[in-house]
Design a protein around this ligand. Structure first.
Ligand SMILES: C[S@@+](CC[C@H](N)C(=O)[O-])C[C@H]1O[C@@H](n2cnc3c(N)ncnc32)[C@H](O)[C@@H]1O
Length: 274
Protein backbone atom coordinates (compact mmCIF):
# COMPACT_ATOMS: atom_id res chain seq x y z
CA UNK A 1 0.00 0.00 0.00
CA UNK A 2 1.29 3.48 -0.88
CA UNK A 3 1.98 5.95 1.94
CA UNK A 4 0.05 9.25 2.00
CA UNK A 5 3.17 11.01 0.69
CA UNK A 6 3.56 8.57 -2.22
CA UNK A 7 -0.16 8.73 -3.01
CA UNK A 8 -0.10 12.52 -3.07
CA UNK A 9 3.00 12.67 -5.27
CA UNK A 10 1.38 10.29 -7.74
CA UNK A 11 -1.76 12.44 -7.74
CA UNK A 12 0.16 15.70 -8.17
CA UNK A 13 2.31 14.27 -10.98
CA UNK A 14 -0.76 13.36 -13.02
CA UNK A 15 -2.83 16.47 -12.27
CA UNK A 16 -1.48 19.88 -13.00
CA UNK A 17 -4.19 22.41 -12.28
CA UNK A 18 -2.78 23.78 -9.00
CA UNK A 19 -1.26 27.20 -9.43
CA UNK A 20 1.13 29.37 -7.50
CA UNK A 21 -0.49 31.79 -5.02
CA UNK A 22 2.24 34.37 -5.70
CA UNK A 23 2.50 34.47 -9.51
CA UNK A 24 -0.39 32.30 -10.82
CA UNK A 25 1.96 30.02 -12.79
CA UNK A 26 1.30 26.26 -12.70
CA UNK A 27 2.94 24.28 -9.92
CA UNK A 28 4.64 21.04 -10.93
CA UNK A 29 6.05 18.20 -8.88
CA UNK A 30 9.81 18.23 -8.16
CA UNK A 31 10.99 15.68 -5.59
CA UNK A 32 9.16 16.54 -2.33
CA UNK A 33 7.97 19.95 -3.48
CA UNK A 34 5.76 21.55 -6.05
CA UNK A 35 7.29 24.55 -7.78
CA UNK A 36 6.49 27.13 -10.43
CA UNK A 37 8.74 28.56 -13.17
CA UNK A 38 9.48 31.54 -10.93
CA UNK A 39 10.97 29.29 -8.26
CA UNK A 40 8.24 29.56 -5.67
CA UNK A 41 8.46 26.22 -3.89
CA UNK A 42 5.90 24.54 -1.64
CA UNK A 43 6.89 21.60 0.50
CA UNK A 44 4.75 18.45 0.46
CA UNK A 45 4.16 17.36 4.06
CA UNK A 46 4.61 13.75 5.16
CA UNK A 47 0.83 13.39 5.16
CA UNK A 48 0.78 14.57 1.51
CA UNK A 49 -0.86 17.97 1.97
CA UNK A 50 0.54 21.34 0.93
CA UNK A 51 0.15 24.80 2.43
CA UNK A 52 -0.99 27.31 -0.19
CA UNK A 53 -1.83 30.43 1.80
CA UNK A 54 0.45 33.47 1.79
CA UNK A 55 2.28 33.11 5.10
CA UNK A 56 2.02 36.73 6.19
CA UNK A 57 -1.77 36.59 5.71
CA UNK A 58 -2.45 33.43 7.68
CA UNK A 59 -4.76 34.04 10.63
CA UNK A 60 -6.92 31.15 11.77
CA UNK A 61 -9.86 31.24 14.17
CA UNK A 62 -8.97 29.70 17.54
CA UNK A 63 -12.20 27.69 17.35
CA UNK A 64 -11.38 25.80 14.16
CA UNK A 65 -8.88 23.50 15.87
CA UNK A 66 -8.10 19.78 15.95
CA UNK A 67 -10.50 19.06 18.84
CA UNK A 68 -13.42 20.67 17.00
CA UNK A 69 -12.72 18.76 13.79
CA UNK A 70 -12.34 15.39 15.58
CA UNK A 71 -15.72 15.96 17.25
CA UNK A 72 -17.29 17.16 14.02
CA UNK A 73 -16.06 14.02 12.26
CA UNK A 74 -17.66 11.83 14.95
CA UNK A 75 -20.93 13.75 14.52
CA UNK A 76 -20.94 13.53 10.71
CA UNK A 77 -20.14 9.81 10.75
CA UNK A 78 -23.20 9.23 12.97
CA UNK A 79 -25.41 9.57 9.88
CA UNK A 80 -27.24 12.87 10.50
CA UNK A 81 -26.31 14.08 7.01
CA UNK A 82 -26.66 10.81 5.09
CA UNK A 83 -29.77 11.76 3.05
CA UNK A 84 -28.13 14.97 1.89
CA UNK A 85 -24.83 13.35 1.00
CA UNK A 86 -26.57 10.55 -0.93
CA UNK A 87 -28.64 13.09 -2.84
CA UNK A 88 -25.55 15.07 -3.89
CA UNK A 89 -23.68 11.87 -4.81
CA UNK A 90 -26.62 10.75 -6.91
CA UNK A 91 -26.90 14.13 -8.63
CA UNK A 92 -23.24 13.96 -9.64
CA UNK A 93 -23.54 10.38 -10.92
CA UNK A 94 -26.63 11.23 -12.96
CA UNK A 95 -25.42 14.53 -14.40
CA UNK A 96 -21.65 14.30 -14.81
CA UNK A 97 -19.56 11.56 -16.41
CA UNK A 98 -16.13 12.50 -15.13
CA UNK A 99 -14.04 15.59 -14.42
CA UNK A 100 -12.71 17.52 -11.45
CA UNK A 101 -14.60 18.22 -8.24
CA UNK A 102 -13.52 20.77 -5.64
CA UNK A 103 -14.93 20.93 -2.10
CA UNK A 104 -14.24 24.42 -0.72
CA UNK A 105 -14.06 24.72 3.08
CA UNK A 106 -14.04 20.90 3.24
CA UNK A 107 -13.15 20.82 6.95
CA UNK A 108 -11.89 17.40 8.08
CA UNK A 109 -13.06 15.82 4.83
CA UNK A 110 -15.87 13.45 5.91
CA UNK A 111 -18.52 15.09 3.73
CA UNK A 112 -16.09 15.16 0.79
CA UNK A 113 -15.47 11.47 1.28
CA UNK A 114 -19.12 10.47 1.80
CA UNK A 115 -20.17 12.35 -1.33
CA UNK A 116 -17.36 11.25 -3.64
CA UNK A 117 -15.93 7.92 -2.44
CA UNK A 118 -17.48 5.87 -5.26
CA UNK A 119 -16.78 8.48 -7.99
CA UNK A 120 -13.67 6.79 -9.33
CA UNK A 121 -13.79 8.58 -12.72
CA UNK A 122 -13.35 12.00 -11.08
CA UNK A 123 -10.40 13.84 -9.59
CA UNK A 124 -11.38 15.29 -6.24
CA UNK A 125 -9.80 18.15 -4.33
CA UNK A 126 -10.70 19.39 -0.85
CA UNK A 127 -9.41 22.75 0.33
CA UNK A 128 -9.66 24.37 3.75
CA UNK A 129 -7.99 27.24 5.56
CA UNK A 130 -7.38 25.24 8.72
CA UNK A 131 -4.19 23.13 8.84
CA UNK A 132 -5.74 20.97 11.59
CA UNK A 133 -8.72 20.22 9.37
CA UNK A 134 -6.56 19.27 6.39
CA UNK A 135 -4.23 17.11 8.50
CA UNK A 136 -7.30 15.05 9.44
CA UNK A 137 -8.74 15.13 5.92
CA UNK A 138 -5.60 13.42 4.57
CA UNK A 139 -6.99 10.21 6.18
CA UNK A 140 -9.31 10.15 3.14
CA UNK A 141 -6.52 10.72 0.60
CA UNK A 142 -6.57 8.07 -2.13
CA UNK A 143 -5.64 7.59 -5.81
CA UNK A 144 -8.12 10.24 -6.98
CA UNK A 145 -8.58 12.44 -3.88
CA UNK A 146 -6.26 15.16 -2.61
CA UNK A 147 -6.48 17.70 0.26
CA UNK A 148 -4.62 21.00 0.64
CA UNK A 149 -4.57 24.08 2.86
CA UNK A 150 -5.81 27.12 0.95
CA UNK A 151 -8.07 30.14 1.04
CA UNK A 152 -11.44 30.41 -0.73
CA UNK A 153 -10.49 34.04 -1.41
CA UNK A 154 -7.39 33.05 -3.39
CA UNK A 155 -8.19 29.63 -4.84
CA UNK A 156 -4.96 28.09 -6.19
CA UNK A 157 -6.46 26.48 -9.30
CA UNK A 158 -6.16 27.28 -13.00
CA UNK A 159 -8.96 29.19 -14.68
CA UNK A 160 -11.73 26.94 -16.08
CA UNK A 161 -10.23 23.81 -14.54
CA UNK A 162 -13.07 22.64 -12.26
CA UNK A 163 -16.29 20.89 -13.35
CA UNK A 164 -18.12 21.00 -10.04
CA UNK A 165 -17.68 22.98 -6.83
CA UNK A 166 -19.22 21.90 -3.52
CA UNK A 167 -19.61 24.39 -0.71
CA UNK A 168 -20.94 22.67 2.41
CA UNK A 169 -21.72 25.20 5.16
CA UNK A 170 -18.56 27.15 4.35
CA UNK A 171 -17.64 30.63 3.18
CA UNK A 172 -17.15 31.22 -0.53
CA UNK A 173 -16.06 33.93 -2.93
CA UNK A 174 -18.15 34.30 -6.08
CA UNK A 175 -15.45 35.95 -8.15
CA UNK A 176 -13.00 33.13 -7.43
CA UNK A 177 -15.54 30.42 -8.18
CA UNK A 178 -16.37 32.12 -11.49
CA UNK A 179 -12.71 31.99 -12.48
CA UNK A 180 -12.03 28.32 -11.77
CA UNK A 181 -15.39 26.80 -12.76
CA UNK A 182 -15.81 25.71 -16.38
CA UNK A 183 -18.72 26.91 -18.50
CA UNK A 184 -21.80 24.77 -17.63
CA UNK A 185 -19.97 23.65 -14.48
CA UNK A 186 -22.06 23.03 -11.35
CA UNK A 187 -21.92 24.88 -8.04
CA UNK A 188 -23.56 22.90 -5.22
CA UNK A 189 -24.19 25.00 -2.16
CA UNK A 190 -25.41 23.53 1.15
CA UNK A 191 -26.93 26.24 3.33
CA UNK A 192 -28.55 26.10 6.78
CA UNK A 193 -32.28 26.94 6.93
CA UNK A 194 -33.74 28.79 9.92
CA UNK A 195 -34.55 25.40 11.51
CA UNK A 196 -30.98 24.07 11.35
CA UNK A 197 -29.94 23.14 14.93
CA UNK A 198 -33.03 25.04 16.10
CA UNK A 199 -32.85 23.34 19.51
CA UNK A 200 -29.53 25.09 20.18
CA UNK A 201 -30.92 28.43 19.07
CA UNK A 202 -33.80 28.03 21.54
CA UNK A 203 -31.60 27.02 24.47
CA UNK A 204 -29.18 29.86 23.93
CA UNK A 205 -31.71 32.43 22.84
CA UNK A 206 -29.96 33.04 19.55
CA UNK A 207 -31.46 34.98 16.71
CA UNK A 208 -32.98 33.12 13.77
CA UNK A 209 -30.66 32.22 10.92
CA UNK A 210 -31.40 34.48 8.01
CA UNK A 211 -30.69 32.73 4.74
CA UNK A 212 -30.22 35.42 2.14
CA UNK A 213 -28.53 33.27 -0.48
CA UNK A 214 -30.60 32.54 -3.59
CA UNK A 215 -28.58 32.66 -6.74
CA UNK A 216 -25.50 34.22 -8.27
CA UNK A 217 -25.57 36.29 -11.43
CA UNK A 218 -24.54 34.21 -14.43
CA UNK A 219 -25.89 30.93 -13.02
CA UNK A 220 -29.12 28.95 -13.57
CA UNK A 221 -30.81 27.23 -10.63
CA UNK A 222 -31.02 23.54 -11.51
CA UNK A 223 -32.32 22.16 -8.20
CA UNK A 224 -33.41 23.70 -4.93
CA UNK A 225 -34.36 21.25 -2.20
CA UNK A 226 -34.68 21.39 1.58
CA UNK A 227 -33.83 18.34 3.72
CA UNK A 228 -35.27 18.51 7.22
CA UNK A 229 -35.35 15.81 9.90
CA UNK A 230 -35.37 15.74 13.68
CA UNK A 231 -32.95 13.14 15.09
CA UNK A 232 -32.54 11.58 18.51
CA UNK A 233 -28.99 12.47 19.42
CA UNK A 234 -26.95 9.33 18.98
CA UNK A 235 -24.46 9.53 21.88
CA UNK A 236 -22.91 11.79 24.51
CA UNK A 237 -20.05 12.81 22.26
CA UNK A 238 -22.57 14.19 19.79
CA UNK A 239 -24.28 16.10 22.62
CA UNK A 240 -20.96 17.51 23.70
CA UNK A 241 -20.12 18.51 20.13
CA UNK A 242 -23.43 20.32 19.73
CA UNK A 243 -23.28 22.11 23.07
CA UNK A 244 -19.63 23.10 22.84
CA UNK A 245 -18.23 23.06 19.37
CA UNK A 246 -20.66 24.25 16.73
CA UNK A 247 -20.11 27.90 15.74
CA UNK A 248 -23.56 28.61 17.23
CA UNK A 249 -22.42 27.71 20.74
CA UNK A 250 -18.84 29.02 20.72
CA UNK A 251 -19.76 32.06 22.76
CA UNK A 252 -22.47 30.54 24.94
CA UNK A 253 -21.77 30.75 28.67
CA UNK A 254 -23.52 27.74 30.21
CA UNK A 255 -22.68 24.71 28.13
CA UNK A 256 -24.25 22.09 30.42
CA UNK A 257 -27.78 22.27 29.08
CA UNK A 258 -29.57 19.04 28.29
CA UNK A 259 -30.51 18.21 24.76
CA UNK A 260 -31.94 14.97 23.34
CA UNK A 261 -33.01 15.79 19.81
CA UNK A 262 -31.50 17.87 17.06
CA UNK A 263 -32.93 19.17 13.80
CA UNK A 264 -30.83 18.99 10.68
CA UNK A 265 -32.39 21.28 8.11
CA UNK A 266 -30.34 22.18 5.09
CA UNK A 267 -31.08 23.71 1.74
CA UNK A 268 -29.19 22.13 -1.16
CA UNK A 269 -29.00 24.54 -4.06
CA UNK A 270 -27.55 23.33 -7.35
CA UNK A 271 -26.51 26.07 -9.75
CA UNK A 272 -25.06 25.78 -13.25
CA UNK A 273 -22.76 28.35 -14.79
CA UNK A 274 -24.17 29.74 -18.03
C1 LIG B 1 -18.79 25.20 9.34
S1 LIG B 1 -17.24 24.55 8.78
C2 LIG B 1 -17.78 23.41 7.51
C3 LIG B 1 -16.73 22.39 7.20
C4 LIG B 1 -17.20 21.23 6.31
N1 LIG B 1 -17.65 21.68 5.01
C5 LIG B 1 -18.28 20.48 7.04
O1 LIG B 1 -19.47 20.69 6.72
O2 LIG B 1 -17.94 19.70 7.94
C6 LIG B 1 -16.56 25.91 7.86
C7 LIG B 1 -15.19 25.59 7.30
O3 LIG B 1 -14.75 26.67 6.48
C8 LIG B 1 -13.35 26.81 6.68
N2 LIG B 1 -12.96 28.17 6.27
C9 LIG B 1 -13.22 29.34 6.89
N3 LIG B 1 -12.70 30.38 6.19
C10 LIG B 1 -12.08 29.84 5.10
C11 LIG B 1 -11.35 30.39 4.01
N4 LIG B 1 -11.16 31.70 3.88
N5 LIG B 1 -10.84 29.55 3.08
C12 LIG B 1 -11.02 28.20 3.19
N6 LIG B 1 -11.72 27.62 4.20
C13 LIG B 1 -12.24 28.42 5.14
C14 LIG B 1 -13.14 26.51 8.16
O4 LIG B 1 -11.79 26.19 8.46
C15 LIG B 1 -14.11 25.36 8.35
O5 LIG B 1 -13.50 24.12 8.12
Amino acid sequence: MLSKLELSKKFLKNNSIIKCIYCNELLVLKNNEISCVNNHNFNIKRNGSIFLVKNNNYKISKFYNKELFIKRRHFILNHYYDDINKYINNFIKTNCKNGTILDIGCGEGSHTNLITKDLSDFNIYGIDYSKDAIDLATDYMCENTYFLVGDVNNLPFSNNSIDLVIDYLSPFNTENINKILKKYGYFIKVIPTSNYLIELRKIYNLKEYDNKFNNIEGYDIIENKVFEKKYNIYDNLDKEYLLNKTPLTWNAVDKNENIDTITISLNVLILRKK
